[in-house]
Design a binder for this molecule. Structure first.
Ligand code: DGL
Length: 263
């Protein structure tokens, strides 16, 4: 049992889609959230750069008393989770990856589309995931450069976001895709828009809820579940904290202070 907070981070505000699932499942846990928006998008950066940023942010969150870490970012998980687990063998660390296994089980047409960052799609971890779970299905990958920036700006349903999405999704539908994996934590925020662009029969799959479930299991295993009342979430951004404070109400229906992150 521990009332210490759980540290959550992402390249930007995308990981808030995971944070809301953690809150829903584990309402007693206090949370710390770091948006590395000064370095977004991770999807176009080298794995070495992402590992360095992840090390700096993990060290910061632990210095703030985090009892566990959640990499609420598919791209950072692919580049850095193994390194962080090696550095902090005693800290429970949850990573995430595109939901290939559930999507492969759900598809009826046998064609699955993966929307994710270039970094995730190029990673060895993603190749291994396909090897393991995508034998009997055809998987079409679609990088979405520019979409993360739209979400960072709070443009969840603007004409530009709609146009970008349509350009990526229509070819996937034309190939018979009936299941779409949202393989980046920024994308669940444009799920309502995406749902307008695809037939109702197309499933949209993301992993936020599964991450919350995994966090619960890890906290239980380590005897670290909180039992009291959660403290208000503390937020940091490595870009303009005011910009994040402005977008928070749109993404989480929440008004909160955001501190500058200086690592
Ligand atoms: N939200 C991140 C992910 O889940 C990365 C977005 C980016 O910075 O490119 O992959």
């Amino acid at each position: 049992m521990s009332e210490a907070p759980v540290g959550v981070f992402d390249s930007g505000v995308g990981g808030l889609s995971v944070l809301r699932e953690i809150r829903a499942r584990l309402p007693q846990e206090s949370l710390l959230y770091v948006a590395d928006s000064g370095h977004v998008p991770y999807g176009e950066k080298s794995p070495e750069f992402i590992r360095e940023r992840s090390q700096a942010i993990a060290a910061f969150l632990l210095s703030q008393g985090a009892k566990a870490l959640v990499l609420a970012c598919n791209t950072a998980t692919a580049a850095a989770v193994a390194d962080l687990r090696e550095r902090y063998p005693k800290v429970p660390i949850v990573g995430m990856e595109p939901a290939v296994k559930p999507a492969a089980a759900a598809t009826r047409s046998g064609v699955v589309g993966v929307l994710a960052t270039t970094g995730t799609l190029k990673s060895a971890k993603f190749a291994a995931l396909l090897d393991r779970f995508a034998h009997d299905v055809r998987v079409i990958t679609q990088p979405c450069p520019g979409l993360v920036e739209q979400v960072e700006a709070g443009e969840l349903d603007s004409a530009r976001t709609r146009e970008l999405l349509r350009g990526w999704v229509e070819p996937l539908l034309a190939e018979g895709c009936d299941t779409l994996i949202l393989g980046c934590t920024h994308y669940p925020f444009i799920k309502p828009l995406l749902a307008e662009l695809v037939p109702a029969s197309v499933r949209l799959v993301d992993t936020g809820a599964a991450v919350a479930c995994q966090l619960q299991a890890l906290l239980d295993r380590h005897g670290l579940r909180a039992v009291g009342t959660a403290q208000a979430t503390r937020y940091w951004s490595s870009a303009d904290p005011q910009a994040m404070a402005r977008v928070l109400p749109k993404l989480l229906s929440e008004l909160a202070d955001v501190q500058p992150l200086c690592v």
